[in-house]
Design a protein. Structure first.
Length: 367
């Protein structure tokens, strides 16, 4: 396949659905970990086309959504200071903090700028030597290498006015935490292809073996996801629990060693809080001691800031797949993409935003 539309071929999709119907003899529950995959499943209606009994559980794979409230409030506190330019990817600007968001803060005069890469922030620090330039670094393993390279470049340049507010999270510990939950219903996983393009899939093999769950590394187009579901169902039907790779055009078992080296050099593994979920051990990255001078949390002394989630928002239950967005009393009324209560309604990868964009309502989803 050479062209994008080939991964959306309706005839091939029908064949995969027919094969799924022939293969599945029992009900199965499969979680897609990536928010981008969630949006494809919901936008294309794939989750509603699957054979009866096969249910997709939407997991905590949206990097914006799992960024803890404390991180947003720290970013807001830093951006409000005199002489600071805070930079971020655009989807973080409307995520609500406790009292406001970065976009509203910018409207009130704060220097908050959207950048497309962390290197843009480094270049901005070079161009503005009299200002402190901070990059809000969030995401899974996918974005960690680029952020690591930005820190390495800033170190080579000897920039005294560049720092990062880091809130990186890691996928395997989150999967383990879900599987350890006694109420967990997940029987197989679709693993995020872009994460595995960086890290490979070796770290998933102990999870598959210990918990006896199939894990299929999957891409993001409709045919990718349908084939990934089919591969997972075949394993479940045959009583296998292996890591298989559907995303062969982009992922290999060992991943990208150069990207991994950069991440290991700049960051170290730490416990990390996940928005709506809580703190998970060894589930995040922070700057290693050799690069602690670039840590915005230390530079601006905001590490002690603590916050409480909006009690009306059920983001945690949505992110773990325990609830659907339409289970939330505020969904589509007090919580919309224009006026979100929580991050899953903001992000381009958020489950609530995906449901809202697809016009999903309680009446449609209730049996």
């Amino acid at each position: 396949m050479k062209y994008l539309d080939e991964y959306r071929d309706p005839e091939l999709a029908r064949r995969l659905l027919d094969e799924l119907r022939r293969t599945a003899t029992a009900p199965w529950r499969i979680m897609e970990v990536c928010g981008g995959q969630t949006h494809t499943l919901v936008r294309q209606g794939i989750d509603e086309l699957l054979p009866a009994g096969i249910r997709m559980i939407h997991g905590p794979g949206c990097p914006v959504c799992v960024t803890p409230l404390e991180t947003l409030d720290r970013a807001i506190a830093i951006a409000a200071r005199h002489g600071v330019t805070l930079t971020s990817f655009g989807d973080m600007l409307r995520v609500p903090g406790t009292d406001t968001d970065l976009l509203s803060l910018r409207a009130r005069g704060a220097d908050v700028r959207v950048v497309y890469t962390p290197m843009d922030a480094v270049r901005l620090a070079q161009a503005l030597p009299d200002r402190q330039v901070v990059f809000l670094a969030v995401g899974f393993e996918t974005t960690a290498p680029a952020n690591a390279m930005a820190v390495l470049h800033a170190a080579r340049l000897g920039l005294p006015n560049f720092s990062m507010l880091v809130s990186h999270v890691l996928v395997p510990p989150a999967m383990t935490a879900l599987l350890e939950d006694p109420d967990c219903e997940v029987q197989a996983f679709l693993a995020a292809g872009h994460v595995c393009a960086v890290m490979g899939w070796r770290e998933y093999e102990p999870i598959a073996g210990h918990y006896r769950v199939p894990i299929v590394v999957t891409g993001f187009e409709p045919l990718d996801l349908l084939e990934g579901v089919l591969m997972a169902v075949r394993q479940l039907e045959e009583g296998r629990w292996e890591v298989e790779n559907q995303y062969v055009r982009a992922v290999r078992r060992s991943g990208n060693s150069e990207a991994q080296d950069a991440v290991r050099t700049v960051f170290r593994v730490t416990d990390r809080a996940w928005r709506g979920i809580g703190e998970l051990p060894d589930s995040g990255l922070e700057l290693a001691e050799d690069y602690a001078r670039f840590d915005a949390t230390r530079r601006f002394d905001v590490g002690g800031l603590r916050t409480l989630e909006d009690p009306e928002c059920i983001a945690g239950a949505v992110l773990t797949g325990a609830r659907l967005p339409t289970d939330c009393p505020a969904y589509g009324t007090r919580c919309t993409p224009r006026h979100p209560l929580g991050a899953p309604m903001v992000s381009a990868e958020g489950t609530c935003a995906a449901f809202h964009a697809a016009g999903r309502t309680k009446e449609v989803l209730q049996p």
